[in-house]
Design a protein around this ligand. Structure first.
Ligand SMILES: NC(=O)c1ccc[n+]([C@@H]2O[C@H](COP(=O)([O-])OP(=O)(O)OC[C@H]3O[C@@H](n4cnc5c(N)ncnc54)[C@H](OP(=O)(O)O)[C@@H]3O)[C@@H](O)[C@H]2O)c1
Length: 262
């Protein structure tokens, strides 16, 4: 059966490739990006029955507007793939003092998911992009009070989304399945080419696992799990995700910064 699937950050990289593959299989893909020309180009490249949504996820007001736009057109969203992410940026500290990595990679997907939850059915899925790069979260840095180097901020933001994914189903009955995925390391996207100066591995490695997580049977009972596509298995995330105090601090900070208790 064909599904309606929103992929954030589907103007480039793994998200764009995932959108192309899903569209070929007949799914209705909702493309998201922050650049109107790139969205237009992505829609032309993906083809099929696509819609486009523009929002800069470094602005939580834009995230709220994105959720409202999607809900205005859809009473049911089968899958949300929180794929958009950033490692390096020309300006890493936003006007409000927060680090762009925490906002785009952790807070925006949390808020978007909470706001779209009423239209995601119980049998639906939320797929969150994690990474092999994970590090304990410096709460003060997440709040914007301590500057971090690019990789530190990125790795902390990726553990934070993984912690949220793991914690989320514990307080939810009859909720969609939520999974955190490391799509594979050093896949040949713009992020990897610009960030590490390497050509990178086939992006299909990442796109195919996202599609499996979104639709495949083996993820149907995996809510809260972390899947590491470097090893091809469900795995434990960074040890800090098992520290109850750390998890509580991260979750309280996410809720506070998004002004959304969930
Ligand atoms: N590539 C890898 O090896 C790898 C490994 C582990 C995890 N990941 C994760 O996989 C996801 C996809 O990354 P990728 O490698 O495909 O990188 P990418 O090619 O740079 O694509 C990132 C996507 O996110 C969008 N985006 C970035 N900042 C945004 C913002 N402020 N507002 C809205 N959209 C924004 C980008 O939009 P533009 O097109 O406008 O730039 C692009 O569509 C990320 O979450 C990344 O952390 C990737």
């Amino acid at each position: 059966m064909t599904k309606t699937i929103l992929i954030t950050g589907s103007t480039d990289g793994i998200g764009l490739l995932t959108a192309k593959k899903l569209a070929v299989d007949g799914h209705k893909v909702l493309l998201h990006g922050r650049s109107a020309p790139k969205l237009e180009a992505a829609a032309a490249a993906v083809g099929g029955d696509v819609e486009t949504y523009s929002a800069d996820l470094s602005d939580l007001t834009a995230v709220r507007e994105l959720a409202a736009s999607v809900r205005a057109k859809h009473h049911k969203l089968d899958v949300l793939i929180n794929n958009a992410g950033v490692l390096k940026a020309p300006q890493t500290v936003l006007a409000n003092g927060q680090d762009i990595r925490f906002v785009v990679n952790t807070l925006a997907p949390y808020l978007l998911t909470e706001l779209l939850l009423p239209v995601i059915p119980t049998e639906g899925r939320v797929v969150n992009l994690s990474s092999a790069a994970q590090a304990s979260v410096n709460i003060k840095a997440m709040q914007g009070n301590v500057p971090l180097a690019d990789m530190e901020a990125y790795a902390q933001s990726k553990l934070a989304i993984t912690i949220w994914t793991q914690d989320w189903p514990k307080s939810r009955a009859n909720a969609p399945v939520m999974i955190a995925i490391n799509p594979g390391s050093l896949l040949a996207s713009k992020m990897v080419k610009e960030g590490f100066g390497v050509a990178g591995n086939d992006m299909s490695i990442g796109a195919d696992i996202l599609i499996d997580a979104a639709l495949g049977e083996r993820f149907a009972d995996a809510s809260g799990a972390y899947f590491d596509n470097d090893s091809g298995t469900f795995a434990n995330p960074h040890a800090a995700a098992l520290d109850k105090g750390h998890v509580a601090d991260v979750m309280n900070t996410i809720r506070g910064l998004t002004n959304h208790t969930g």
